[in-house]
Design a protein. Structure first.
Length: 116
């Protein structure tokens, strides 16, 4: 009988992982995460300079990443500085590892059955 897949641990569990995966489904948001990871903090204006979209569009993408817990925002004078928070990524990666290990176990059981 199939067993349920493991649920993400930590605050919000499945909902938190779902928010991370939904946020990262968009290639522009993945680009923003990579840019923040590589360069530390950045403004929406600075990030928009690297993309063929407006600063307002970048700000909307950053808000989505913020709701998923991936980006934090702080004020520096007149500008907002955005920084990556990698903890939700680590939680999502741990969940994927757990699911992968579960599939490895199931496939090994199937292989033993087929070998008989």
């Amino acid at each position: 009988m199939p067993q349920p897949l493991p649920q993400p641990s930590g605050p919000g569990g499945d909902a938190a992982a779902g928010a991370v995966f939904a946020a990262l489904a968009d290639p522009t948001r993945r680009h923003l995460v990579a840019a923040l990871a590589a360069g530390g903090g950045a403004t929406a204006t600075g990030l928009a300079a690297e993309l063929p979209i407006s600063r307002q569009a970048v700000a909307k993408h950053l808000a989505t990443l913020g709701r998923a817990g991936l980006v934090s925002q702080s004020r520096r004078g007149r500008e907002s500085l955005f920084e990556l928070d990698p903890r939700p990524l680590a939680d999502a990666a741990a969940w994927l590892t757990t699911v992968g290990a579960e599939w490895d176990t199931r496939l090994a059981g199937l292989q033993r059955l087929l070998d008989r």
